[in-house]
Every structure is written in structure tokens, then in C-alpha cells.
Design a protein around this ligand. Structure first.
Ligand SMILES: NC(=O)c1ccc[n+]([C@@H]2O[C@H](COP(=O)([O-])OP(=O)(O)OC[C@H]3O[C@@H](n4cnc5c(N)ncnc54)[C@H](O)[C@@H]3O)[C@@H](O)[C@H]2O)c1
Length: 372
């Protein structure tokens, strides 16, 4: 199969959908990989790195889209790419799509008549989302780092050094949500020698956190009272809750923030689901924070975008096995044998096969099984 990897067109998107190691795996399996010139520049992967492991560099996006049986991307096509979807009607697109949130992209895919598999809806039998997990891990690990940076006085924080120094206390870090992002945040915060408290309403999760960290942090059953009691004197609060299919619950009120120490920092990872602090609203890497009372809110909705090199490797480590399945067996056979991948198939030859997308846009829904 010919696999094409274009440069991302979305503003501020610096990741690329393949790494040199991925190129090596795909070419070793007998496939050809065509990468658009400069596709890896934003995440410091050079064209020659791709060539070294067997890729061919093509000068422009049209050449890549025109040649490939399978297009690998990071983000959904943007309007300037819609015409390229029509270059090959037999093509498969594998990328983050978030179609329920974009009627324009859904219409473009349906009109083009090709097949699209969404990273974010690939789902394992235990309901976990293996192609979303790496980005929660990145955002979670970033959270104590950005929190530590913003605690510094020049950034507007209280001037506490998170790790403390001999004779001086370290920062108190409260993490709301002990899922993928929360655990990743806890790992970093413990590593930074912070005084860490993890709250979740799921006691099983707290048991596994407790077991994993062996006394290096405190686990606390989440309740309105526990949140207030723990956040009030925190230096950093990290919001990492998720209620699948719903907006994030508002767990930290403005009244509570008003009672917190001046210069405390609140990092809302859940802001992409509406945020779990009352006054959260999405911010960008160029202007990441705003003040609420005397505290600083960091609410970047695309945290992994700040570390495109690491994010590219984390993402492609997870996508590569699925890419190999599709490339080696064709998407139909791959979806027949792997139910997790089948959950990712959103559009087949112009028909919407993922029910929540059809529902979101009041479009006709076709059961995938009828097309396999
Ligand atoms: N901002 C970003 O750049 C970025 C990047 C990746 C992920 N995210 C977001 O991070 C959030 C967390 O993702 P995840 O993968 O860790 O989810 P997850 O499902 O693994 O974990 C969520 C946790 O929240 C807990 N929870 C739910 N409601 C709660 C409540 N009321 N009180 C306490 N705990 C509660 C759940 O029990 C669960 O343990 C999601 O909203 C995700 O979209 C944001």
C-alpha cells in the first residue's frame, strides 16, 4: 500500500503523523511511505531522517494526497484540504477527526466518497480509547511543569519553588481526577518532591493510585467538602476529571478560589470538556493564563501542542499498530478482525457509520456491519 503523510495545515499544529521509526516499520512490511516535504519540521524531524528509514519525500500536499491509498494525519482536514479529499475516492483517511463537532468536515468527507477512520473513536473492549490516552499522558505530565513555572513570581505566581529546598516546604499540589491525566500529573508532582493529594469519586481508582504510589501521596474520596478543604491552601490545583459524553463537572467555585492563597495556580486540563473550575475558559499557548481573584488560571485546550516532538512520538507509538493493520490487510479486513479499529470507522464511501456523528448532524446512519 502507498501511505501518504502530508504536513498539517491547522494553525499552530506542529505534530506529524509518522516518525522515522514508523516509516521503517511500514517499509519493512512492504509498504511505500510518501511524506510531504517539511512535514516534520514543526516537531524537529527532518526530511533526511524520514528518507534514512525509507520514505520518499514529495514536494507538495497534492502529490501526497494524489498518490496515497492511505493518508495518515494528526488533525481533521481543514477547508483548504477538502478538495484534496476528492483526489482519490478509494482512499482511506486515518486521523483525529472529531466529526460530531464539525459539520463542514463531515460534509466534505461524505461528498468526497472515501473512507475515514477517527483516532478518537478507536475503542478497546474495556471502553478505553487507546489513541486518546497518549495525549492525556502528555497533558497530565505537563500540568505540574506549567504549574511550577507559573508559581514563579515573574509569571505572576506566589513565588513558591515547587520542590522546596532543605528547611523550606515544597508546594502542595491537589489533583482532581485520578484517571490517565491525573495519574500522569501525580507521577510528575511526586517526582518534583511536591506534597501531593489526589481526589477522585471512584474508590477503585484511588485504591490503585494508593497501591501504585506506595505512600508517596495522599488519596482522598472526592466530595464538595473534601475539594474545599484540600484546595484552600494548595499552591497548585490540577483539574483532570472526565465524565464520558458530558461536560466536565464544575468542582472549584469562584468563592473557593477567592479564599485560596494569592499567586496559587490552577491548571484546568479538562477545559477541552468545558473545564472543571467555575471560571475556566479555553486559552492558547500564546496567552495561556488569566487571573481569577488573586489566583492564576492556566486553561490551554491543546496542551500537547506545546511539545510537538514528544507528542508526535507518543501519538505515533499508539497509532502505528493500527496503521499496520489497515495497510497490510485493507481497512475492511482490518475492521472485520479488530473490533477496536471498527469502532474508529466514521465514514465509509460517503456513508456515516458512527452513530453519534450521524445524530449530531441529523444525517443518515449506516451500520458498519452492513458494509463489511
Ligand atoms: N487540555 C488538554 O490539552 C488535554 C489533553 C488531553 C486530555 N485532556 C482532557 O483531560 C481530561 C481527563 O482525561 P483522562 O484521559 O485523564 O480521563 P479519565 O477518564 O482517564 O479520568 C477521569 C477521572 O475523573 C474522575 N472523575 C469524574 N468525575 C469526578 C468528580 N466529580 N470528582 C472527582 N473525580 C471525578 C473519574 O472517576 C476518572 O478517574 C479530559 O477532559 C480530557 O479531554 C485535555
Amino acid at each position: 500500500m502507498i501511505i501518504g503523510v502530508p504536513k498539517e495545515r491547522l494553525t499552530d499544529e506542529y505534530r506529524v503523523a509518522i516518525t522515522p521509526a514508523g516509516v521503517r516499520e511500514l517499509t519493512a512490511a512492504g509498504h511505500s511511505v510518501f511524506v510531504e516535504q517539511g512535514a516534520g519540521t514543526g516537531c524537529t524531524i527532518r526530511d533526511e531522517d524520514f528518507v534514512r528509514t525509507g520514505a520518499k519525500i514529495l514536494p507538495g500536499a497534492d502529490e501526497v494526497w494524489g498518490a496515497a491509498d492511505l493518508i495518515l494525519k494528526v488533525k481533521e482536514p481543514v477547508p483548504e484540504e477538502y478538495d484534496r479529499l476528492k483526489l482519490r475516492t478509494d482512499q482511506v483517511l486515518f486521523t483525529y477527526l472529531h466529526l460530531a463537532a464539525s459539520r463542514g468536515c463531515t460534509d466534505a468527507l461524505v461528498a468526497a466518497g472515501n473512507t475515514a477512520i477517527a483516532y478518537e473513536t478507536v475503542q478497546l473492549p474495556d471502553h478505553s480509547l487507546p489513541l486518546l490516552i497518549p495525549m492525556s499522558e502528555v497533558a497530565g505530565r505537563m500540568a505540574p511543569i506549567v504549574g511550577a513555572n507559573h508559581l514563579m513570581r515573574p509569571a505572576g505566581g506566589s513565588g513558591v519553588l515547587v520542590c522546596g529546598v532543605p528547611g523550606v516546604r515544597s508546594a502542595k499540589v491537589v489533583i482532581l481526577g485520578a484517571g490517565i491525566a491525573g495519574m500522569a500529573a501525580a507521577t510528575l508532582a511526586v517526582g518534583l518532591h511536591c506534597d501531593v493529594y489526589v481526589l477522585d469519586r471512584d474508590l477503585e481508582r484511588l485504591r490503585s493510585v494508593d497501591h501504585h504510589f506506595r505512600g508517596a501521596l495522599e488519596t482522598i474520596a472526592s466530595s464538595t467538602y473534601a475539594i474545599e478543604e484540600n484546595c484552600i491552601d494548595a499552591d497548585i490545583v490540577i483539574g483532570a476529571v472526565l465524565v464520558v459524553g458530558a461536560r466536565a463537572p464544575k468542582l472549584v467555585t469562584d468563592d473557593l478560589v477567592a479564599q485560596m492563597n494569592p499567586g496559587s495556580v490552577l491548571v484546568d486540563i479538562s477545559v477541552d470538556q468545558g473545564g472543571c473550575f467555575e471560571s475556566s475558559h479555553p486559552t492558547t499557548h500564546s496567552n495561556p493564563t488569566f487571573k481569577v481573584h488573586e489566583s492564576l488560571f492556566y486553561c490551554v485546550a491543546n496542551m500537547p501542542g506545546a511539545v510537538p516532538h514528544s507528542s508526535t512520538y507518543a501519538l505515533t507509538n499508539a497509532t502505528l499498530p493500527y496503521t499496520l493493520e489497515v495497510a497490510s490487510h485493507g481497512w475492511r479486513q482490518a475492521a472485520r478482525t479488530d473490533p477496536a479499529l471498527a469502532r474508529g470507522v466514521n465514514v465509509v464511501e460517503g456513508q456515516v457509520t458512527y452513530e453519534p456523528v450521524a445524530d449530531a448532524h441529523a444525517m443518515a446512519y449506516t451500520k458498519l456491519s452492513s458494509l463489511l
